[in-house]
Design a protein around this ligand. Structure first.
Ligand code: ATP
Ligand code: MG
Length: 485
């Protein structure tokens, strides 16, 4: 599903510029010049994110923001301002703006902020639990489903119900890909704070020095780049819930501040003296053992206790294989629909392969594998042949399928890239095409050199490229070979 972005600005030139910036980003755009129209779009189209100009003719972007938040509390609104209006921009944060940016825009920063705002909006999508096949027919696109019928998962859901009425801090532990984020959203959706803000911070994605200011904000002049006061996430989601993902990566300094928020609901902005009171519920998650981190003295014991007042553990998929048939069915249905393939299910032998596989990347890995298998599948049922090549270790099927794959290179690469694609996207966001393409070119160049006994002329001819290109792709690595002249 394409995400939707609403842009409100009374200046046509700005609208035209922003339309050009976002038209390639697979976004559905709505551009409007007045507040009433913007509110109509919010109600009817439910955009994921919005950019509102602060100073509109005859009205203030902040008033529109407040009304829009009344219509859809989850809408992530970015306020755009001339730098002189900075003070009001900061007010906007208190009224629930996602962020603010100054004009003239730094386009790279703008795109990044919009991307994060959309992500933040998607985090508030509802999560529904089910342990039954019949209810897999999903409702609207606004809802995610968390499925499982193993005793472990049923226990998890009971516990979500038990803590729904409390504001206690929640810690979710589990290997990567076990569904921690999905569960965090579910806990929020079922809590009494579900109509209040929900913000997520990935503690591993932000450098140490910036994390403190991201969470707690800073005063003007607190450090070299602090040109103006910044409101941090804790202040911004006052009354709501904050999701601290990958909490084990948090620095000891930020841990100290977080402890104080949990104990006394107060903190100071970086470089500030004013004590700020907040009421925020903390849900945190980690795929590393916090007990181990405490032992290694990289994590505070007192904070550990404060965070895990309610403690969830999501077991690895290989320890709850009862969940595999239901998950497989969900992912096959979803991905067949997404790719417009007439696949009606999964053959018993193929399901057995899935149940026997160790799934180190847990549910995420299985979802990716099924997605690739659906793309590869030629019939209307997923067969062992469709899955084998995607499951390292299922050797026989792999060799037959891939090496015998002839000249269907797309299929060949799908089987390798498919299961890794999520990880690649995370690491190379924005340069996936270039990075993977470059890797392939380098690999081809090296193989061709090997095949031709390091003869550059023959290798270039074999590949159908110039010698200069070949040399470039070999970089330092292959240039020591014979010149081939
Ligand atoms: N029980 C489940 N039912 C349906 N989908 C699931 C379930 N568990 C996980 N998923 C899906 O698997 C993927 C990974 O889940 P999620 O991002 O919540 O994992 P995580 O534990 O946060 O991983 P990481 O530690 O790597 O961040 C998501 O696409 C999620 O929707
Ligand atoms: Mg996660």
């Amino acid at each position: 599903m394409r995400s939707k972005l609403l842009i409100l600005d009374d200046d046509d030139v700005v609208l035209a510029l922003l339309s050009r910036v976002f038209e390639h980003d697979e976004m559905e755009l709505f551009t409007v010049t007045d507040g009433r129209e913007a509110l109509r779009i919010v109600a009817e189209e439910r955009p994921n994110a919005a950019i509102f100009d602060l100073n509109l003719t005859g009205e203030s972007g902040i008033d529109v923001l407040q009304e829009a938040k009344g219509v859809d509390p989850a809408l992530a609104i970015i306020i755009a301002t001339g730098s002189r209006a900075m003070r009001s921009a900061i007010d906007a944060m208190r009224f629930g703006a996602y962020d603010y940016l100054t004009k003239p825009f730094n386009l790279a920063a703008l795109r990044e902020t919009v991307r994060k705002a959309v992500e933040c909006n998607l985090m508030t999508r509802a999560v529904r639990f089910t342990d039954r096949r019949e209810s897999l027919q999903e409702g609207g696109g606004d809802e995610d489903v968390m499925i499982g019928s193993s005793p472990e998962m049923l226990e998890v859901w009971k516990m979500v119900g038990r803590v729904a009425g409390s504001d206690a801090a929640v810690l979710i532990q589990g290997e990567s890909g076990t569904g921690k984020e999905l569960l965090a959203r579910a806990i929020y959706n079922y809590s009494r704070r579900r109509n209040r803000p929900f913000l997520a911070v990935n503690c591993a994605a932000i450098p140490d020095t910036l994390l403190e200011s991201e969470l707690f904000g800073h005063e003007k002049g607190a450090f070299t780049d602090a040109h103006a006061r910044r409101i941090g996430k804790f202040e911004q989601c006052n009354g709501g819930t904050i999701f601290l993902d990958e909490i084990a990566e948090m620095s000891l300094l930020s841990q100290g501040k977080l402890l104080r928020v949990l104990e006394n609901q107060e903190f100071e902005r970086v470089g500030g003296r004013e004590t700020i009171k907040v009421d925020v519920r903390v849900i945190s998650a980690t795929n590393r053992s916090l007990v181990q981190a405490v032992k290694e003295k990289t994590f505070r014991l007192d904070l550990f206790y404060r965070l895990r007042v309610v403690n969830f553990f999501l077991p690895p998929l290989r320890e709850r294989t009862e969940d595999i048939p239901l998950l497989a069915e969900l992912f096959v249905t979803r991905s067949a629909r997404q790719h417009g393939k007439p696949i009606r299910g999964i053959a018993p032998k193929a399901l057995k392969l899935l149940q026997e596989y160790p799934w180190e990347g847990n549910v995420r890995e299985m979802k990716n594998v099924i997605n690739s298998a659906v793309l590869l599948c030629k019939g209307d049922l997923l067969l062992p042949e469709d899955l084998g090549p995607l499951l390292p270790g299922c050797g026989e099927v792999r060799r037959h399928h891939v090496i015998g794959g002839g000249d269907d290179f797309a299929q060949f690469f799908l089987s390798f890239l498919g299961p890794e694609f999520d990880a690649v996207c995370r690491k190379k966001n924005g340069t996936v095409y270039e990075s993977v393409g470059r890797g392939l070119e380098v690999a081809l160049a090296r193989l061709a050199m090997e095949r031709t006994g390091n003869n550059q002329v023959m290798a270039a001819r074999l590949l159908g490229i110039s010698r200069n290109t070949l040399r470039d792709r070999l970089g330092g690595a292959g240039s020591t070979g014979r010149s081939g002249r």
